[in-house]
Design a binder for this molecule. Structure first.
Ligand code: ASP
Length: 329
């Protein structure tokens, strides 16, 4: 008789109480392209509830017994920390591999093998990787949900979700807004995901960047096909007064092949109180952080500076996503 491998052991806490009919149960989160408007309304509804719960009771046991593997091949402060906080506030726990240097990756282990190893121990894997498409590759091998926490210059879907949640919570709506993205639109993955996600709404998008750091043509064309009005500029002046959301990004030093080019464009735009004086009274200034030169610290006291609140909204969105892929929301 040929060799029969043993039946896969099912941990008893896995199936019980999981809502297998939940919309994102067991799903990977790889790109914002997978979200339609009703999905977004659903995610934001859950994120809103998470916020209420955190403000009221701090932590609760929705994901008790569940384990998240946080696998980061690139540096991260907010994304890594907020996923840990999200899991722990939901009563779950985390295997944190923030420094792949100390894992078997250094011994030459492939991404598919690392992912298949971690899913033997964890229920969900959050992955950040320098290569575009890495999360999709991992998902081809994984049986457990993979959440893309940034794949090179590709996408950063959970950031875009939290960015949109921030806009909705702060300005009450997304439809009808003028969003201006400023800085490194070529290499900045957060703006790639955000532009695609905004195309689900009735918005106008302005892109302000040096010519070498323009928004990739395929994204501009994708939005054009959806009828989104878009315009490109090299200075902020022509669009500042009409802007409802000014989304500033860092020039992505680590993606430049030519350091001289980085030096030429690194401080192309700097938001100061003088710039903010020319913006609308009711608008918000956002940034995915880290900031380097782009917003001076004396802007932080301006109530329109939403970037620290944006980080907090990220906690609630990531709590919602974890609960959803694990079938608890
Ligand atoms: N933290 C964001 C990212 O990982 C933005 C940045 O690094 O500039 O893409």
């Amino acid at each position: 008789m040929p060799f029969q491998p043993p039946q896969r052991y099912q941990s008893p806490h896995l199936p019980f109480g999981d809502r297998r009919d939940a919309p994102f149960y067991g799903k990977h989160i790889l790109s914002v392209r997978q979200f339609q408007r009703d999905d977004l309304a659903y995610i934001f509804g859950v994120a809103h509830e998470m916020r209420e719960m955190v403000l009221r009771i701090g932590a609760f046991d929705l994901l008790k017994g569940k384990i998240l593997a946080n696998l980061f091949y690139e540096p991260s402060t907010r994304t890594a920390a907020s996923f840990v906080a999200a899991m722990e506030r939901l009563g779950g726990s985390v295997i944190a591999i923030n420094e792949v240097r100390y894992s078997s990756v250094t011994k030459g282990e492939s991404l598919p093998d690392t992912v298949r190893t971690l899913e033997a121990y964890a229920d969900v894997i959050v992955l950040r990787h320098p290569q575009e498409g890495a999360a999709a590759l991992a998902a081809r091998y994984a049986r457990k949900p993979i959440i893309n926490a940034g794949d090179g210059t590709g996408e950063h879907p959970t950031q875009a979700l939290l960015d949109l949640f921030t806009i909705r919570e702060e300005l009450g709506t997304i439809d009808g807004l003028t969003i201006t993205m400023l800085g490194d639109l070529r290499y900045g993955r957060t703006v790639h995901s955000l532009a695609r996600l905004l195309s689900r709404y009735r918005v106008k998008i302005n892109y302000v960047s040096p010519p070498v750091l323009r928004m990739p043509r395929d994204i501009v064309r994708e939005l054009e096909a959806k009828g989104i009005p878009q315009a490109e500029y090299t200075t902020l002046d022509p669009v500042l007064a009409e802007t409802d959301v000014l989304y500033v990004t860092r020039v992505q030093k680590e993606r430049f092949e030519d350091p001289a080019l980085y030096d030429r464009v690194k401080d192309a735009y700097v938001i100061t109180p003088e710039v903010m004086a020319r913006a609308k009274d009711r608008m918000i200034l956002m940034h995915p952080f880290p900031r380097v030169y782009e917003i001076t610290m004396d802007v932080d006291q301006d109530p329109r500076a939403a970037y620290f609140r944006q980080m907090e909204y990220g906690l609630y969105v990531r709590m919602a996503l974890l609960a959803m892929v694990l079938g608890k929301a």
